[in-house]
Design a protein around this ligand. Structure first.
Ligand SMILES: NC(=O)c1ccc[n+]([C@@H]2O[C@H](COP(=O)([O-])OP(=O)(O)OC[C@H]3O[C@@H](n4cnc5c(N)ncnc54)[C@H](OP(=O)(O)O)[C@@H]3O)[C@@H](O)[C@H]2O)c1
Length: 283
């Protein structure tokens, strides 16, 4: 089975390539190899490879930049998925597209399941939902895998190279006072765990929307404290509130329940604290 991974040098992409390579033939594609926002580039590159599975991690997902460059956000995260879905139909490719917890507005206040109705608050979330809707309506064989709060051993390319964990440790080592919001609840998720779970999703050819995050929930402040507790790094870290006048709208609660994975008896995602411990031991 031949699997193409786009965004192959990103946080999630690089772990997918490493993890899937043991069991499958993996073709990694970076942004230099393919422009996912350009249907011509999609066609030229993918027709030559004819993958059995395409895992699309490529996205324009720096949240503030998405507000500034809305055309790019809608093209890469949204419109491009119509052509990608149709091209996959033509090639007989099972399309697995990575989406986000930011398709929800947070008003539910308890974990979102796959059947809950999205209502994104910012351009990034709206553009990702556009992509989801195109796939649902144009793709014949697909999975939309929603993840949240990713950190991985490879740097996050969209966020200046440092993930949240590394940013916290870096700031602590600079001796700075660190203020972190405690009013946004998420589930931080280790990309290596998503990659391990993805292997099972591919092998079982699961279709439809799938939530895939580590278990449990926390807020960013508590996550920062856990990073310092587990790593033993000394830090002066304080909670703060989101400033609605100065900051981009984000859901106050975007915890996802892996309901589909559990229903099928294949959920292997561990608790976020255990995942953080593994990450800190491997970095
Ligand atoms: N990071 C999070 O916390 C988070 C949370 C929820 C959902 N997600 C979703 O998870 C996925 C993976 O995120 P990640 O953190 O692994 O991202 P990442 O580290 O920023 O990697 C994204 C990869 O996509 C490539 N890429 C960007 N635009 C592209 C384009 N137009 N055409 C082709 N390739 C392109 C990037 O290459 P260049 O850097 O060279 O452009 C990079 O290799 C994304 O779909 C994102 O929306 C992420």
């Amino acid at each position: 089975m031949k699997i193409v991974v786009t965004g192959a040098n990103g946080q999630l992409g690089s772990d997918l390539v490493r993890e899937l390579s043991g069991d499958f033939e993996v073709v990694p594609l970076t942004h230099e190899d393919i422009e996912i926002g350009d249907p011509e580039s999609q066609r030229t590159v993918l027709s030559g490879i004819k993958p059995d599975v395409l895992i699309n991690t490529a996205a324009f997902h720096n949240v503030p930049k998405c507000e500034e460059e809305r055309d790019t956000a809608y093209r890469v995260n949204g419109y491009a998925l119509k052509e990608l879905g149709m091209l996959c139909n033509e090639l007989g490719t099972y399309l697995i597209h990575i989406s986000t917890d930011y398709v929800f507005d947070g008003s539910k206040g308890k974990p979102y399941v796959e059947t809950d109705t999205p209502n994104p608050l910012n351009t990034y979330g709206i553009s990702k939902l556009v992509g989801e809707i195109y796939i649902k309506n144009y793709s014949e064989d697909y999975a939309i895998v929603r993840v949240s709060g990713l950190y991985g051993l490879n740097p996050c390319r969209a966020k200046g190279g440092r993930n949240f964990v590394e940013t916290m440790i870096y700031l602590a080592e600079q001796g700075k006072d660190i203020k972190v919001v405690d009013d946004q609840f998420i589930t931080p998720t280790f990309t290596l765990d998503v990659a391990r779970q993805m292997k099972i999703i591919v092998k079982n050819h699961i279709q439809g929307i799938i939530h895939c995050t580590n278990e449990g929930e926390t807020n960013w402040y508590e996550f920062a404290r856990a990073i310092f507790d587990i790593s033993g790094v000394n830090a002066r870290v304080f909670p703060r509130k989101t400033d609605p006048d100065r900051e981009i709208k984000r859901p106050s609660y975007s915890v996802l329940e892996n309901a589909v994975l559990k229903e099928k008896g294949i959920n292997i995602m561990k608790h976020w604290k255990e995942a953080l411990g593994e990450y800190l031991s491997l970095r």
